[in-house]
Design a binder for this molecule. Structure first.
Ligand SMILES: Cc1ncc(COP(=O)(O)O)c(C=O)c1O
Length: 409
């Protein structure tokens, strides 16, 4: 029997489900469990002392500004710092191009409110970030999917996919979640040209771009779009809405991120944000700015890269050593994840059950597939940022055992 509340829930709210990862994270609270599940940064890298000192300075020097209501656009010094940071990626942004948000998860929500009508289609990578699917689902989105390979989104399939008239494309070009793959420069150029030709905007989600372990930095899609426009007065008429985040470079608990887009888009998003939460906590914005300024963030990111590079290497080496040859996985050059394909006929959700008995966790592939969850049966995602190298090696050893036993069965 449905409860009275179930009749009261709005249509789009009825179909929402708790994310598989959030559910899984409950299990992994147990310290015995070696979790490759959530996308959690390494906690020992959080700049706790720097936050303490920043908080002290702010509450001594500007307590009123830090604790009073503030502007919806966000703290200007922080937006200026973001503009300087994006300049390094070849992107010239003015303050009117930048809105501070309460995490990229909120950015996804605000952009959905801005662009989506019920039953609009979104073009997404297959697989894609399940947190985005969760947001889009609340707006009644439908999907058209395009597969990824080792070079990211298969752009040759886009013209065909555009026939269903997607409202926008949602793309994670660098160190994709969950795939760990990166869109090649050639495909980036193709994507920008097609977006212009067909008039379909791009929502570029880039929480991992700064966490590159090796190889050449690739320009964000927004940078390439700006280059296409050849304008001298900043990013005004472009097709790309870019999402950046401090979750993986400072700390996810800050809930701090930003959107950069043409001023017309930002102005509308500011109004939508006012309705959502007025503004991102100003104290948090000031803390992030005070901590990150004067080169600290760059030095800190360098440290994160070193630690994650080492963990990625340990995980890949252990997989080479212990996993059966029938299992395949991606070789990420940065970010937090790699993506594993099991032999034909195996189901990762079943493997998770036996892995959990050995106190190892990962995220089965299904929930990363927008339209056909079954397509994710053979896949699962591994996170390498959160566990120490010793635990990574031990966890992969146990997981290999679970895989071999399942293969025998
Ligand atoms: C691709 C992608 N987008 C957005 C987010 C959410 O980031 P934030 O912590 O800034 O809300 C994540 C977090 O894991 C992510 O992987």
């Amino acid at each position: 029997m449905p409860t009275p509340w179930q009749y009261r829930f709005a249509q789009n709210a009825q179909s929402t489900q708790s994310s598989a990862i959030r559910e899984l994270l409950k299990v992994t609270q147990n310290p015995e469990v070696i979790s490759f599940g959530g996308g959690l940064p390494a906690p020992e890298l959080f700049p706790v002392e720097e936050f303490k000192a920043a908080s002290d300075r702010i509450l001594t020097q500007s307590p009123t500004a830090a604790l009073q209501y503030s502007t919806s656009e966000g703290y200007s010094p922080l937006r200026e710092m973001i503009a300087r940071q994006m300049d390094k990626y070849g992107m010239k942004l003015g303050l009117d191009n930048i809105l501070i948000t309460t995490g990229s998860q909120q950015s996804l929500d605000l952009v959905s409110k801005l662009l989506l009508n019920n039953a609009d289609r979104i073009l997404v990578e297959n697989p894609t970030f399940l947190g985005a699917l969760q947001v889009f689902g609340i707006f009644g989105a439908r999907y058209v999917t395009v597969p990824i390979d080792d070079d990211g989104l298969q752009t040759d399939l886009l013209p065909e996919a555009f026939r269903s008239g997607p409202k926008f494309m949602y793309v994670i070009p660098t160190f994709q979640n969950p795939g760990g793959v990166t869109l090649s420069l050639k495909r980036r150029d193709t994507l920008i040209a097609l977006s212009d030709q067909y008039g379909i905007p791009i929502l570029e989600d880039d929480p991992y771009g700064q966490l590159r372990f090796e190889g050449e930095t690739l320009p964000p899609l927004q940078t390439l779009d700006a280059a296409r426009l050849k304008t001298t007065d900043g990013y005004r008429d472009g097709n790309v809405i870019y999402l950046g985040s401090f979750s993986k470079t400072l700390a996810p608990g800050l809930r701090l991120a930003w959107i950069s887009a043409p001023p017309e888009v930002i102005a509308k998003l500011v109004q939508i944000k006012q309705g959502a939460d007025l503004h991102t906590p100003i104290f948090v914005q000031m803390m992030a700015y005070e901590t990150a300024r004067d080169g600290f963030l760059e030095r800190h990111i360098e440290k994160i890269r070193e630690v994650y590079r080492d963990r990625r290497n340990v995980m890949l080496a252990a997989m080479d050593e212990f996993f059966p040859p029938e299992v395949h996985w991606t070789q990420p050059s940065g970010g937090l994840f790699l993506w594993v394909r099991l032999p034909e006929g195996m189901v990762s959700a079943e493997l998770l059950r036996s892995a959990l008995k050995m106190n190892v966790a990962f995220v089965p592939g299904n929930s990363f597939f927008a339209t056909d969850e079954k397509a994710g049966d053979r896949y699962f995602r591994l996170n390498f940022s959160n566990m120490t190298p010793e635990r990574i090696r031990e966890g992969i050893h146990r997981l290999a055992k679970a895989i071999r036993e399942a293969m025998k069965a």
